[in-house]
Design a protein around this ligand. Structure first.
Ligand code: G6P
Length: 474
């Protein structure tokens, strides 16, 4: 990557691919968690784009490279930075704080110092490779200081920031000892994007109260005459890609194999989540197991497949959660299962898109019950894969997706009895009712796919200061 050559720069904590070492010691790359790359790939290609991110692991000195025609710029993290910036401040402080204190955030000054250092390094790298007047799009909670750090060095740039997770109300955000610094970091952007309008409002209100800038509706007026806009751009998925996969013969075959392997039950319930305490996996499995215990559902006739993708495994709260879920699944299957007929089929593993699509096709009831979630793309992926307009979605009110997928069976994940009732309703619903709901949800998901999201954000960003910087080609 030559200096000052990229017209579009993505700055994210992770590269779209992770460096992994195979069993025989050979290094290779595999897609990293999160589906951002499919959204950004076309705009990156059209604009000499470059993507700056951590390649996973602790390898240092990696040079920029191209993968599938995309310019990737690895920014390494030391073991200490992984501990303090990634596991510490990002996932031990910000993640639980922004997700409604589902777990208790920890505040440590060394973690903050590492977060500042890493953000500065990513900003410096972006400053080096962005062309004059380029657009830089900074992603997510691990990088909130980058916009202002970058603006200090490169006032010629057009800078956007997008938060993939919820932005909390003032009452929670205020606990953060570095609340002002974070707000000021974000205000370096021309456009700050959120999943939902409520999050944008939380941000504007906090800026007014804590930084003292003048605001009006979705705009912040800075003393130097610049304005910053805050707005919602609900993220989505590569709908065409998922539909194509779901329609393929090999996925259809794999879906029947899965049902066969489960003993051809009448109803397959499915949960797919990163193994994260925000996802409400424990409560959901309890609700399901009580329906079996109370004979509303029969062992063998109904089965729950829970896929939990390993995540952030060195963070204490995630270890505790894994043990809790292991124990719960063992207890439920031990108490209620029969030979060859488990109540819950539990998989602690991550799967490629093909297998995910087959699972979505195989499932009659998809259960998505986070306590708090920025969007939840699994819910949208399920809808995209239900080409025949069948399949029921049980969805938490506290997932961003609930704003759009109004026809799901909406539940409060803290209310176990309410969840049991919704699971039963989804299980018992008439095919016509299921179709009516799924058809409406499919329409919504198809109308607003991930390209709609990326184009929406980038054109709004281009419009915020039309006289400033180059235009990004859609
Ligand atoms: C969420 C976050 C992403 C993150 C992903 C995977 O979707 O919004 O920023 O990359 O989880 O988590 P990880 O910690 O493995 O990057």
């Amino acid at each position: 990557m030559r200096n000052r050559s990229a017209d579009l720069v993505i700055v994210a904590n992770r590269l779209p691919v992770d460096r992994v070492t195979d069993d025989d010691g050979t290094p290779s790359w595999r897609p990293s968690p999160g589906g951002l790359v499919s959204a950004l790939e076309p705009v990156m290609r059209a604009n000499d784009g470059a993507w700056i991110g951590w390649p996973g692991g602790t390898e240092t000195g990696m040079r920029p490279f191209t993968s599938d025609g995309l310019s990737l710029v690895p920014e390494s993290l030391s073991a200490e930075e992984i501990e303090e910036h990634y596991e510490g401040f990002s996932n031990g402080t910000l993640w639980p704080l922004y997700h409604d204190l589902v777990a208790k955030p920890e505040f440590h000054r060394e973690w903050w110092d590492a977060y500042v250092r890493v953000n500065q390094r990513f900003a410096d790298r972006a400053a080096k490779i962005a062309s004059h007047g380029a657009t830089v799009w900074v992603q997510d909670y691990q990088m909130q200081l980058v916009p202002q750090m970058l603006r200090d060095k490169r006032p010629d740039l057009r800078i956007g920031f997008y938060l993939h997770i919820p932005f909390p109300p003032a009452e929670l955000f205020q606990q953060l000892p570095w609340r002002r610094e974070i707000l000021q970091g974000l205000l370096g952007a021309d456009l700050v994007g959120f999943q939902l309008p409520g999050a944008a409002q939380n941000f504007i209100r906090l800026v007014r109260q804590r930084v003292g800038h003048k605001t009006h509706r979705d705009l912040v007026y800075l003393p130097d005459g610049r304005t910053v806009k805050a707005a919602a751009f609900p993220i989505s998925i590569d709908v065409d890609g998922f539909e194509e996969l779901a329609a393929s013969e090999s996925v259809a075959e794999r879906a029947s194999e899965i049902r066969e392997a489960l003993g051809n039950p009448d109803t397959v319930f499915l949960g797919i989540d990163r193994l994260d305490y925000t996802k409400g996996i424990y409560a959901r499995l309890r609700a399901f197991s009580e329906l079996v215990r109370d004979k509303h559902l029969a062992v063998g006739e109904a089965v729950f497949v829970q896929v939990a993708t390993p995540s952030r495994e060195r963070v204490e709260q995630y270890r505790i959660l894994r043990d809790d879920i292991d124990r719960l699944v063992g207890r439920i299957n031990g108490d209620l299962g029969e030979i060859g007929k488990p109540v819950i089929s539990y998989l602690h593993s991550s799967y490629p898109r093909h297998e995910m699509a087959a699972l979505y096709r195989a499932a009659d009831v998809m259960v998505v019950t986070p306590f708090r979630d920025g969007m939840n793309l699994v819910a949208k992926e399920y809808v995209a894969c239900r080409l025949e307009e069948d399949g029921a979605l049980v969805l938490s009110e506290f997932a961003g997706a609930a704003d759009e997928l109004r026809q799901a069976w909406l539940v409060n994940p803290y209310d176990i009895n309410g969840m049991k009732a919704a699971l039963r309703q989804a299980h018992d619903a008439e095919p016509k009712e299921i179709q009516r709901r799924m058809r409406a949800m499919r329409r919504t998901v198809r109308e607003r796919d991930v390209n709609h999201w990326a184009d929406g954000f980038l054109s709004e960003l281009a419009a915020t200061r039309p006289d400033h910087g180059k235009k990004v080609r859609p």
